[in-house]
Design a protein around this ligand. Structure first.
Ligand code: ADP
Ligand code: MG
Length: 451
């Protein structure tokens, strides 16, 4: 589910666009009297959850504007079914404010620090074979006064330390020279800010803000694939900074040449500097990471538990951390150390998830069963709609549920070309917009493949 969502506008963006629509519909005065006080919280299942300051306001807003908000939202996201408005409690409003601060991009010191995780420093990064190239490249960028390579492009799978390293560069550079203007943000945030600037007609400020920094870091740039105007703006920002010899650090889940769907000229520019990949962790690295973290969390784990974790939780450092915090919580709660049996018990779900990464073979099998076609039709050259459509759906799911590249997916489907895969994905994305039974099929398949 998570990966399918990638292609849908994020909820925050939907809400910020929707507010502008509401202002147009109801006028400035009515908007600031009521709607402005509405705070979007989250989408829970298929319900949009809002907060407002008092019970009276909740009821008023719901009865006067609820239907309109709901129908506008459904235009953007068909799976939404309802809307709810709750009274703020202090804790939530505080959290909301803090989150808001965290995602603000202004680059004065407060904002700078709010943007960065204090735990993500070089000191706390454990180096091993799989990440040493990326680590040394980042250190070079952080410690140099000039621009050693531009851009530094980091790539690797999720949870392997890309964001950690970028934050570490920012902390280190700032320490060496507190006057530097450093801007770190996700590509999603870049897009959000850009769209906002377009709407508010202050793209000039937007451009100035980005083009005056000494160090720009954009995380998860794969997010802007297919978002044409954002790509275009990013390309210009990139060029403007490169011309002034300002350092840029970019991350993505794939190398520039594998970022299919990204505009060619941007793709080639991204590969101009140093491209450093972070490989999946090795057993030895996982052992060292666990040892470093248990020292930090101050918990005691026996050798067999440590080895067990390093063997079993292999997909990412993030999962490994998740496992450790859970064990740490247990130790704190029951005041007793965990042995192997308890560890297995506490981590059941994580261990199962590790055993069960979805594969293209599983997807083909599930999809074939679901649509009652033969598995061999997934690889065959037959073009009749009855087999071609399920095949396209399987390609679409392979893209969303696995980390395989488009060429790899093409090969798994009877040696098809990656452009065929792109075509299939686009076709399905197109169809689900108006075909609710197809989008249900995809939902069901996704759920059963991930459960
Ligand atoms: P990515 O951005 O590549 O998805 P993150 O940088 O968010 O991954 O890393 C996920 C988590 O794992 C973070 O909490 C990070 O501190 C931790 N982590 C990743 N690699 C390492 C490492 N080599 N040493 C210590 N912690 C790491
Ligand atoms: Mg990241």
């Amino acid at each position: 589910m998570k990966s399918i969502k990638k292609n849908i506008e994020s909820d925050e963006i939907i809400w910020s666009n929707l507010k502008l629509r509401l202002k147009e519909i109801y006028g400035e005065a009515e908007y600031s009297n009521w709607l402005k006080l509405l705070t979007f919280s989250k989408i829970e299942k298929d319900v949009i959850v809002f907060y407002a300051p008092t019970k009276f306001m909740c009821d008023w807003i719901l009865s006067h504007y609820g239907k309109k908000i709901l129908s506008l939202w459904i235009e953007k996201n068909k799976s939404i079914k309802d809307i709810s408005v709750h009274v703020y409690n202090d804790k939530e409003s505080k959290e909301k404010n803090e989150n808001f601060k965290k995602t603000n991009i202004k680059s004065d010191t407060d904002e700078f620090e709010n943007n960065l995780d204090p735990r993500f420093t070089f000191k706390d990064f454990v180096v091993g074979k799989s990440n040493e190239l990326a680590f040394s490249a980042c250190r070079r960028v952080a410690d140099s006064e000039d621009v050693p390579f531009n851009p530094l492009f980091l790539y690797g799978g999720v949870g392997l330390g890309k964001t950690h390293l970028m934050h570490a560069i920012a902390w280190q550079r700032k320490k060496l020279n507190p006057k530097l203007k450093i801007l770190y943000l996700s590509a999603e945030k870049f897009m959000y800010e850009f769209i906002k600037a377009l709407r508010l007609k202050n793209t000039v400020t937007f451009k100035e803000q980005f083009r005056s920094v000494n160090l720009l870091m954009i995380d998860d740039v794969q997010f802007i694939i297919g978002k044409e105007s954002t790509q275009e703006e990013f390309f210009h920002t990139f060029n403007a900074l490169a011309d002034q010899n300002r350092q840029m650090v970019i991350s993505a889940d794939k190398s520039p040449s594998d970022l299919e769907g990204l505009e060619e000229r941007l793709r080639s520019r991204l590969g101009w500097g140093l491209v450093a990949d972070i490989h999946p962790t090795t057993y030895e690295l996982r052992l060292s990471i666990i040892e470093a973290k248990i020292e930090k969390y101050n918990i005691d784990l026996s050798k067999d538990v440590i080895e067990f974790l390093a063997h079993k939780i292999t997909s990412s450092v993030r999962e490994l951390e998740g496992a450790l915090t859970r064990l740490a919580a247990h130790v704190t709660l029951v005041g007793r150390n965990v042995d192997l049996e308890i560890a297995e018990d506490l981590l059941q779900d994580l261990l199962r998830a590790s055993d069960r990464r979805t594969t293209i073979d599983q997807i083909q099998k599930k999809v074939a069963e679901h649509f009652n076609v033969k598995i061999s039709d997934m690889h065959s050259a037959r073009r009749s709609r009855t087999v071609a459509r399920p095949r396209q759906i399987a390609m679409f799911l392979s893209k969303n549920l696995t980390t395989r590249s488009l060429p790899e997916i093409g090969r798994k489907f009877g040696g098809r070309d990656h452009t065929t895969v792109i075509h299939a994905i686009k076709k399905i994305q197109e169809l689900v917009k108006n075909d609710s039974s197809l989008s249900e099929d995809i939902e069901i398949l996704t759920r059963s493949l991930q459960s």
